[in-house]
Design a protein around this ligand. Structure first.
Ligand code: CU
Length: 220
């Protein structure tokens, strides 16, 4: 499953595994998706526009773009493009962009870290507007088995410590706690990870970590 780029997932319905591997299989997958989208676009939107062109007077409401439902169809492609572009931009790279807004969710649910990278960097951005004290987010990486204990210790540590226990060896990597509009990067050595273990990234802000999390794995 780790090499399949667009994929269906029981829990998330439809998501993308962001992969850094430019394998033949991945590239073929993107090309297939592109041809599929183009054929849908041609059949459902461009053909009706051509058929309608020149017929009748045009007002705002009978403009072919609105009449043929182009907007209604394209609006599904817009989020798709938003998801696809960053994953392509980070292809074959030892870094990834992750963001969150004023909700308890990251834009990534699964991250593959290539074992070929010596270090891996996460460029984290809080794209929301709410302050750190109300809707702060960080990006914390631990073994999946350690998430609950580290998060609880983080709550006790308080916002002065970015809701993380001080000098805790279970924390593999962590950004500072960010408020809306802030960015931070964190790097870690891939030698600290094992392909045998499962890792989880999460936000240690109290009440966030139960939902605001994703999986991370080291892949060969
Ligand atoms: Cu958060």
């Amino acid at each position: 499953m780790k090499n399949i780029v667009p994929h269906y997932d029981i829990e998330q319905r439809f998501t993308f595994v962001i992969t850094t591997e430019l394998s033949v299989r991945n590239i073929a997958c993107w090309i297939t998706m592109g041809i599929f989208n183009l054929s849908i676009l041609l059949k459902n939107t461009l053909m009706p526009i051509l058929a309608n062109a020149g017929s009748g007077r045009r007002t705002m409401m009978n403009h072919p773009l609105i009449e043929t439902g182009v907007y209604m169809r394209l609006r599904y492609l817009i989020p798709l493009a938003v998801v696809m572009l960053p994953s392509l931009a980070t292809a074959d790279n030892c870094e990834i962009a992750v963001s969150a807004a004023d909700g308890m969710a990251y834009d990534s649910r699964s991250i593959n870290v290539p074992a070929s990278c010596e270090t891996f960097t996460v460029n984290f951005e809080h794209k929301g507007r709410l302050p750190k004290g109300g809707m702060g987010h960080n990006w914390v990486l631990t073994k999946s088995a350690d998430v609950n204990d580290v998060a609880k210790a983080g709550s006790d540590a308080g916002i002065a410590n970015d809701f993380l226990p001080e000098d805790d060896s279970r924390v593999i990597a962590a950004t500072p706690l960010l408020g809306g509009g802030e960015k931070a990067s964190v790097s870690f050595k891939t030698a600290e990870l094992s392909t045998e273990d499962s890792y989880t990234f999460f936000c240690s802000f109290p009440g966030h970590w139960a939902m605001m999390r994703g999986s991370l794995q080291l892949v060969n």
